[in-house]
Design a protein around this ligand. Structure first.
Ligand code: NAP
Length: 98
């Protein structure tokens, strides 16, 4: 599997669509920065950490979209962001399914 340089941020990474997207991006070799609102939620964290390549490609951050300061660092270092709590980007997700 080819490693890709482009880092991708997925907000709502533990949600239904977010987790599918995180899994697919990891499989395709992207480093992924995913956000959750509570990093102490072990069920969500262990679910995401169980994905193939998560140990080397996945970084989890605690962030709430209503707290803009939470996103400063992640959004500076990534090349592409998916804001899953907002109802768009579905088309982009579907294009990654191929
Ligand atoms: N599922 C579908 O078939 C479908 C179809 C059309 C459109 N959509 C839209 O696509 C989006 C995602 O759907 P989904 O089914 O994946 O929903 P979901 O499983 O309920 O996941 C929602 C995600 O949004 C995150 N979130 C909610 N409020 C947040 C906040 N204030 N700050 C940061 N993260 C927040 C949650 O994070 P935590 O993990 O921290 O709780 C969770 O990971 C929604 O806007 C939905 O309306 C879904």
């Amino acid at each position: 599997m080819m490693e890709r340089r482009c880092k991708v941020c997925v907000t709502g990474g533990a949600g239904y669509i977010g987790s599918l997207l995180v899994k697919k991006l990891l499989e395709k070799g992207y480093p992924v920065h995913a956000t959750l609102r509570n990093l102490k939620d072990e069920s969500k964290v262990s679910f995401l950490r169980g994905f193939p390549h998560a140990n080397t490609r996945l970084v989890l951050f605690e962030a709430d979209i209503y707290k803009p300061d939470d996103f400063g660092l992640q959004f500076k270092v990534v090349s592409l962001s998916f804001m899953l709590p907002l109802p768009f980007y579905i088309k982009l997700i579907l294009s990654l399914r191929a």
